[in-house]
Design a protein around this ligand. Structure first.
Ligand code: CA2
Length: 151
């Protein structure tokens, strides 16, 4: 059984506590439960993580890359939070690992402030999703399963 990594960046641990008009009312624990169900439905094992630290996200991308090299990774779903708009380190880590990665945002970043319109991750992502709310995580997991069938 292949594993899907769902990685969440800074402040996503605050989901459900503030700004529900942008991010909805569900907590990160709710999102993890949603991802557990979607992974099981698509025959994947799940690694679900969140960090407020850029270097820890880099380390986890390397770990996913190792699994990829062993043929045991379905792909990575990355909501890098604000690091999306700032992090050359995440761009380099994704490039370096060669993992299939879906960039995900809960909100439609293109309908928000201009600084959220640029992503360092999009050029190295297989797909980009924004604006589906937290249900986007389940859609992304199903999307990875579809890509595996098509491959
Ligand atoms: O829409 C998304 O998923 C974002 O990646 C979320 C990031 C934001 O910087 C990106 O531009 C778009 C912010 C995550 C912070 O989440 C919070 C949730 C509740 C309360 C406060 C922050």
């Amino acid at each position: 059984m292949k594993t899907v990594f769902v990685l969440n960046g800074p402040n996503l641990n605050l989901l459900g506590s503030r700004e529900p008009q942008i991010y909805g009312a569900q907590t990160l624990a709710d999102v993890q439960a949603l991802c557990e169900r979607a992974s099981a439905a698509n025959g994947f094992a799940l690694e679900f993580r969140q960090s407020n630290h850029e270097g820890e996200l880099v380390d986890w991308l390397h770990e996913a890359g190792q699994l990829h090299a062993e043929g045991r990774l379905a792909g990575v779903i990355l909501n890098a939070g604000a690091y999306t708009h700032t992090s050359v380190a995440l761009l380099d880590a994704i490039k370096g690992t060669g993992v299939m990665l879906i960039e995900l945002h809960i909100s439609n970043v293109h309908a928000r402030e201009a600084f959220r319109h640029h992503s360092y991750i999009s050029p190295v992502a297989k797909a980009v999703m924004a604006g589906f709310g937290v249900n986007g995580y389940a859609l992304a997991i199903a999307g990875l399963a579809g890509m595996a069938v098509a491959a």
